[in-house]
Write a protein that binds this ligand. Structure first.
Ligand code: XMP
Length: 199
């Protein structure tokens, strides 16, 4: 497992994202819609940097099943959303991979009559998009690797890491045979940050 983005780098990225959101909305009230479960850490960090009135709602989207790293059928649950008619909505997700999750969610939010919908993601994977839409705000561009930490998990593991790490094949194999996360999971090998593609 290799660190792609340290906790300090993530914090700077969230600062930049919060500045962008502040510039976009000013003091206008905002409905922030987070996507469970991967966005919980990002949402918690982001909303505490914003000063406009915020109503927070969480929806659920799952496209990864069990120990798979390839997307499965997309399941959405939006039953806890407030009335969005005429309101400004900021949709927050952990990662833009194929983009199918965000595209489906934006379509659902649009159906509910939101005045505006913008999407924000922590990271966008290179060369994976399968949809025409792009997220409006992106924290970091990353290479096409499976990442965990800062809310993202692999089969339930590593969500709590304070940094973002790329899994290697040994990590994935260990998780697939049902092993607990390796004891060194909290001490990933740092990589030269110049080697990644973040913005
Ligand atoms: P799509 O392909 O719809 O995927 O953009 C979005 C959702 O897929 C999950 N995902 C990942 N989860 N590490 C993860 O822990 C990854 O590298 C990864 N890539 C996609 C995630 O739930 C995201 O919301």
């Amino acid at each position: 497992m290799q660190v792609l983005l340290s906790a300090a780098e993530l914090a700077s990225g969230i600062d930049r994202l919060a500045d962008t959101v502040r510039r976009e909305y000013g003091r206008r009230p905002l409905v922030v819609v987070g996507v469970l479960t991967g966005s919980i850490v990002l949402v918690a960090d982001l909303i505490r940097r914003l000063e406009c009135p915020i109503e927070l709602s969480m929806v659920s989207a799952s496209s990864y099943r069990g120990t798979a790293t390839a997307p499965g059928r997309l399941e959405l649950r939006l039953d806890s959303l407030p009335d969005l008619a005429g309101r400004d909505v900021l949709l927050v997700d952990d990662i833009f991979d194929t983009g199918r999750t965000l595209e489906a969610l934006v379509a659902e939010l649009r159906r509910r009559g939101a005045a505006s919908i913008r999407s924000l993601v922590l990271v966008q994977k290179a060369g994976r998009a399968e949809v025409a839409m792009q997220p409006d705000f992106v924290g970091f561009d990353i290479p096409d690797v499976f990442v965990v930490g800062y809310g993202l998990d692999f089969d339930g593991a590593w969500r709590h890491l304070p940094h973002l790490a790329a899994l290697d094949s040994a990590d994935i194999a260990a998780a697939r045979v049902g092993s607990a996360p390796r004891p060194d999971a909290h001490r990933p090998t740092p990589v030269d940050p110049a080697g990644d593609a973040r913005t």
